[in-house]
Design a protein around this ligand. Structure first.
Ligand code: FAD
Ligand code: NAI
Length: 467
């Protein structure tokens, strides 16, 4: 029987990063993966392919509508969807191959097959074909990730009614796309297809988009998406999809009850969240407890209810984000090596990769109000930023929330160009416990978009210079 210090089930960002860090620290590591390629949801059907399509479709949109305003005349661009999908597939391939290379480099054994914990210290691996084998492990890590939440009574065929996976593979631009759920997936993939020509209607249960994000940011962002052609049906739910005809008939009802209406759709994207994936792992038999939402329960050091079994990533509590899982992977490997691994959950950025992007770190205004924390707000619009004007990308603003008494920055929210990159310095600031004054006194290159961040920091003390 092959014997390891660490056997990790799942090769997503949480699992593969944990494996690399553990190998760096001298452990003998195996990673069990049931997919044909490494990298999990993120690299195969999540972060990476969606960003490839978001970038390519944004370029298509720019060529069609953005360049002329800069004095660059081009003929009406033509979409080659096959080539765009090939770009996406190539991007996925180079990333998943990259993980295979990193496994080799770090002498990590990648083992293809479905893993099941048959006893503490024992993982049975059943490959697609051939015999099962059992691996012996001092520690086992569950990093099996998550799966799309299904809508009761609505069947997913990944053609007419799709999850994000099907929405990344459409062979034709749907004339009418109905998105169920105004969360991150719905707005990102809705943006891809809207840019390529779909008429997009988003049906959202709540009376706002992007729940959990700062309310003011979400409102502004909704306005901008509407300008891009999105239609929102907030406070509404989809109760049925009839796919028997040429186009599907989608029944939409007010969330609070009332008259239903029927909408036509060529494709329906169900994006109402993700659920932890623990199927077939043998957790019940071995005594690993789940919480009320089906997530693997762990203590602060990622240990489950069974000694020697740990869990990280989407399958445990916390935001379902790749970088959160990666940080947990590193922290757990270090803890297992006797070091002081730690994740600061107050400094995990979240980014929506639309145009403009939305990025956020730390607390929202709503959270601070609810916690009764007194705070000051500094805000700066991109309309007053020289670089944004030069790029003709002036939609949006930076908002910084700081403790009223100590000036410590508690949250930052950006809607605007490359917000996902701009949020990094605010994440560093929060990680270091910095104040808005600290940031306001740092020299920022001119002319850059990051000056809007500095100006928002100055704004906390009402001394922005350029507004
Ligand atoms: P996963 O990546 O889900 O990996 C788990 C792996 O475990 C899978 O490969 C699965 O096959 C394997 N597995 C499961 N059970 C077994 C078993 N019994 N035996 C063997 N293998 C098993 N996050 C971001 O931070 N940024 C983004 O831009 C972003 N975009 C996204 C876009 C989409 C369309 C989707 C769906 C998600 C996106 N996410 C994004 C979320 C991100 O993909 C997840 O947070 C991340 O992949 C979680 O990592 P993980 O390692 O916990 O699990
Ligand atoms: P989400 O949780 O972001 O959004 C789901 C939305 O659906 C919510 O607004 C919710 O109110 C709504 N909803 C729930 N039930 C509904 C119903 N019956 N009818 C109508 N609306 C309903 O989930 P989403 O977008 O599916 O994404 C899943 C996860 O993937 C997220 O947690 C996110 O963290 C991650 N992800 C991250 C990305 C990024 O970081 N850029 C990109 C894509 C996904």
């Amino acid at each position: 029987m092959a014997s390891y210090d660490l056997v990790i089930i799942g090769s997503g960002p949480a699992g593969y990063v944990c494996a690399i860090r553990a190998a760096q620290l001298g452990m003998k590591v195996a990673v069990v993966e049931k997919r044909a390629t490494y990298g999990g949801t993120c690299l195969n059907v999540g972060c990476i392919p969606s960003k490839a399509l978001l970038y390519a479709s944004e370029m298509f949109e720019e060529a069609g509508h953005g360049l002329e305003k800069l004095g660059v005349k081009v003929n009406t661009p033509k979409l080659d969807l096959k080539a765009m999908m090939a770009h996406k597939d190539g991007t996925v391939k180079s990333n998943v191959d990259g993980v295979a290379y990193l496994f080799k480099k770090n002498k990590i054994d990648g083992i293809q097959g479905t893993g099941k914990i048959v006893a503490p210290g024992k993982v049975e691996v059943t490959p697609e074909s051939g015999d099962a084998q059992t691996l012996e492990a001092k520690s086992i890590v569950i990093a099996t990730g998550s799966d799309s939440t299904r809508l009761p009574g609505i069947e997913i065929d990944e053609k007419k009614v799709v999850t994000s996976t099907g929405a990344l593979e459409l062979t034709k631009v749907p004339a009418k796309l109905i998105v169920v759920g105004a969360g991150v997936i719905g707005l990102e993939l809705g943006s891809v297809w809207a840019r390529l020509g779909s008429e997009v209607t988003v049906v959202e249960f709540l009376d706002r988009i992007l729940p959990g994000m700062d309310g003011e940011v979400a409102k502004q962002f909704q306005r901008l998406l509407q300008k891009q052609g999105f239609t929102f049906k907030l406070g509404s739910k989809v109760t049925g999809v009839d796919t028997s005809g040429k186009t599907s008939k989608v029944t939409v009802e007010p969330a609070k009850g009332g008259d239903a209406e029927t909408l036509d759709a060529d494709v329906v994207l169900v994006a109402i969240g993700r659920v932890p994936y623990t199927e077939g792992l043998g957790l019940k038999e071995v005594g690993v407890e789940l919480d009320e939402r089906g997530r693997v329960k762990t203590d602060a050091h990622y240990k489950t209810s069974v000694d020697g079994i740990y869990a990280i990533g989407d399958v445990i509590v916390g935001p379902m984000l790749a970088h959160k899982g990666e940080e947990e992977g590193v922290a757990l490997a270090e803890l297992l090596a006797g070091q002081a691994g730690h994740v600061n959950y107050d400094a995990i950025p979240g980014v929506v990769y639309t145009s403009p992007e939305v990025a956020s770190v730390g607390k929202t205004e709503e959270e601070l109000k609810e916690a009764g924390v007194e705070y000051a707000v500094g805000k700066f619009p991109f309309t007053a930023n020289g670089r944004a004007r030069a790029m003709n990308k002036t939609d949006g603003f930076v908002k910084i929330l700081a403790d009223k008494t100590t000036d410590r920055v508690l949250g930052a929210h950006i809607v605007g160009p490359v917000a996902g990159e701009l949020i990094a310095e605010l994440t560093v600031l929060i990680e270091f416990g910095g104040s808005s004054e600290d940031l306001a006194r740092v020299c920022h290159a001119h002319p850059t978009l990051s000056e809007a961040v500095k100006e928002a920091a100055l704004g906390v003390d009402k001394r922005s210079l350029h507004i």
